[in-house]
Design a protein around this ligand. Structure first.
Ligand code: 4NP
Length: 159
C-alpha cells in the first residue's frame, strides 16, 4: 500500500481539495486498492468540520465530491501512517518538519514539487480571497496530483 496525506493550515480549503482531486484520479485509474488518501491541518482550528462551502462548490463544478471529508489535526504519527506527507506551502512544511520523527523527514514534500512546470512553490491560501482563488487552487492541485501519481507509479508501483 502507498499512503498519501495532504496537509494545509486549516484542513478545510486546500488539503481536502487536494485529497478529493487525487482520490478521484486514483479511483479513475483503478488504483484505490493500492493507494490510500487522507488530509490534515497543522492548526487544529477546524477539527471535525466539513470543507469550506466555497471549496466544496468549486470541486463539485469539476465533478468532485468532498462533502464527506472532515477536519483533522496533523500529528507526528502522520509520518508513520503515510509514505507521502504533502505540504501546500512553506509554513505547512516548516510546521510539519518540526513534528517529524527522526528518520521520517524524507516523507515530507512540497506538493507542487510534483508539478515543476507550474513554476510555483506554494498553493496559495484561498480562505480570505474570492471564489476565483478556489478555482486557481484546483488548477494547481490537478497538475500536481497527476505528477504525484506518475511519481508513485514509477517509484512505488513499478513491477
Ligand atoms: P486551508 O485554508 O489552510 O487551505 O484550509 C484556511 C482555512 C482556515 C483558516 C486559514 C486558512 N483560518 O484562519 O481559519
Amino acid at each position: 500500500m502507498v499512503n498519501v496525506v495532504f496537509v494545509c493550515l486549516g484542513n478545510i480549503c486546500r488539503s481536502p481539495s487536494a485529497e478529493g482531486v487525487f482520490r478521484k484520479l486514483v479511483r479513475d485509474e483503478g488504483l484505490s486498492d493500492v493507494i490510500t488518501t487522507d488530509s490534515s491541518g497543522t492548526s487544529g482550528w477546524h477539527i471535525g468540520e466539513a470543507p469550506d462551502p466555497r471549496a466544496q462548490e468549486a470541486a463539485q463544478r469539476r465533478g468532485i465530491d468532498i462533502s464527506d471529508l472532515r477536519g483533522r489535526k496533523s500529528a507526528a504519527r502522520d509520518f508513520r501512517d503515510f509514505d507521502y506527507v504533502l505540504a501546500m506551502d512553506r509554513r505547512n512544511y516548516a510546521d510539519l518538519s518540526a513534528i517529524a520523527p527522526k528518520g521520517a523527514e524524507d516523507r515530507l514534500h512540497m506538493f507542487l514539487s510534483f508539478a515543476p512546470h507550474l513554476g510555483e512553490t506554494e498553493v496559495p491560501d484561498p480562505y480570505y480571497g474570492g471564489d476565483q482563488g478556489f478555482d486557481d487552487v484546483l488548477d494547481m492541485i490537478e497538475a500536481a496530483s497527476k505528477g504525484l501519481l506518475d511519481h508513485i507509479r514509477k517509484t512505488d508501483l513499478a513491477t
